[in-house]
Design a protein around this ligand. Structure first.
Ligand SMILES: NC(=O)c1ccc[n+]([C@@H]2O[C@H](COP(=O)([O-])OP(=O)(O)OC[C@H]3O[C@@H](n4cnc5c(N)ncnc54)[C@H](OP(=O)(O)O)[C@@H]3O)[C@@H](O)[C@H]2O)c1
Length: 335
């Protein structure tokens, strides 16, 4: 495993991070509900591969992902860098409507009291007294950034969090957070959608991240499974499942994706790697301070994904991969 500092923080994080949206199961990742024992085996596999960085969020399974992680972390909390999120909550205490699902209404609230309650709820669910990293899940224009930054900085001073970041944001949001008068430590990372099928938002972001010494953390680098190979295109998903609304689920995209896999196949053969490992290795070439966040529920995926760090791609190979997808690339999706 390779480790890098998380932006301007003092956290040394594995370049490959564990994403646990799927671990939350429920109607969103409807093919599988994980148990505490499975979550523990997943963390065992991560530890074996040197993956020390875990990402979760309160809304993943409406508390389920954090709760399962809390159980799996019992007795080994300090072995991992634990990151969760704030702003999206289902407490019914105001904020902007974000979505309704399974009888819950989720609001977005980036004001100080809401962030503090998010942190207390997350700490309780995960059975810990500090978070290594806290991400504002959806940057929001309705509430003052100064108040959000003030609260995040206070949480750092109080030892409740060690670093903080932004998600579903724009480069201008990072500039605004970094220039808030309350800023001391500042933003350490942004977590944004980024894949070879949708690299544009990330490319706009990299220079601004670089300017502020901020890590860029990918999500969706495997397009929720659609970049793992042609077999995935045969799957069907429940209407509530998050994968039923990604463009790649629609049959009209399948021919294009199959052409891409056919084009990449000889490169995979030459590198001795899977399509998943190939696109992960590609992502790592895109920005020096890239944090590769990959969703995993199956323990065997920890080793499979860790192997992407050993794949070296030449500029010609990178260009070849990008040429193969050019005709089907899409602008960033709003997740
Ligand atoms: N900030 C945000 O708004 C936001 C939005 C979306 C996601 N995220 C975070 O980013 C993480 C990653 O995104 P994601 O989970 O949506 O999508 P993803 O990482 O693109 O894809 C995850 C899917 O790929 C499968 N997979 C992983 N490694 C594989 C391998 N080596 N071979 C074959 N299949 C493999 C997983 O299977 P198994 O599950 O069966 O192991 C899972 O179904 C999330 O878990 C979450 O932590 C954040």
């Amino acid at each position: 495993m390779k480790y890098k500092k998380l932006g301007n923080s003092d956290l040394m994080v594995s370049v490959l991070a564990l994403g646990t949206w799927g671990l939350g199961g429920g109607s969103v990742w409807s093919d599988k509900d994980s148990t505490a024992a499975e979550a523990a085996r997943l963390l065992d596999a991560c530890k074996e591969q040197g993956i020390n960085y875990i990402d979760t969020a309160p809304v993943y399974g409406t508390g389920a992902s954090e709760t399962l992680l809390g159980k799996a972390l019992e007795g080994r909390r300090h072995d991992f860098i634990l990151q969760t999120k704030c702003s999206l909550n289902w407490r019914g205490e105001g904020g902007n409507f974000h979505y309704s699902r399974d009888g819950y209404t989720v609001n977005n609230d980036t004001r100080g009291p809401a962030i503090r309650r998010d942190v207390e709820d997350a700490l309780r669910r995960m059975g810990t007294d500090y978070l290594d990293s806290l991400i504002v899940h959806y940057v929001c224009k309705s509430f003052p950034v100064a108040e959000t930054v003030d609260t995040l900085e206070a949480l750092v001073r109080e030892g409740k969090i060690r670093a903080y970041g932004l998600s579903n944001s724009q480069p201008a949001d990072l500039e605004e957070y970094m220039s808030a008068p309350e800023k001391k430590q500042g933003v350490s990372l942004v977590q944004e959608f980024f894949s070879i099928l949708s690299p544009f938002h990330g490319r706009d972001y990299f220079p601004v991240c670089q300017k502020h010494n901020v890590s860029f953390q990918t999500y969706g680098v495997l397009e929720e499974g659609f970049l793992t190979g042609p077999a995935f295109l045969e799957k069907t998903f429940a209407k509530t499942d998050i994968r039923s609304r990604i463009p790649w689920v629609q049959p009209e995209y399948h021919a294009g994706l199959r052409r891409v896999f056919a084009a990449w196949q000889p490169l995979c053969a030459a590198k001795g790697c899977s399509f998943a490992q190939l696109v992960e290795a590609w992502a790592l070439t895109q920005y020096e301070q890239m944090s590769l966040l990959v969703g995993m529920r199956r323990p065997e995926h920890a080793a499979a994904n860790a192997a992407c760090l050993d794949i070296a791609l030449t500029p010609e190979e990178i260009g070849f991969m990008e040429d193969a997808v050019r005709e089907i690339q899409v602008p960033v999706l709003d997740k």
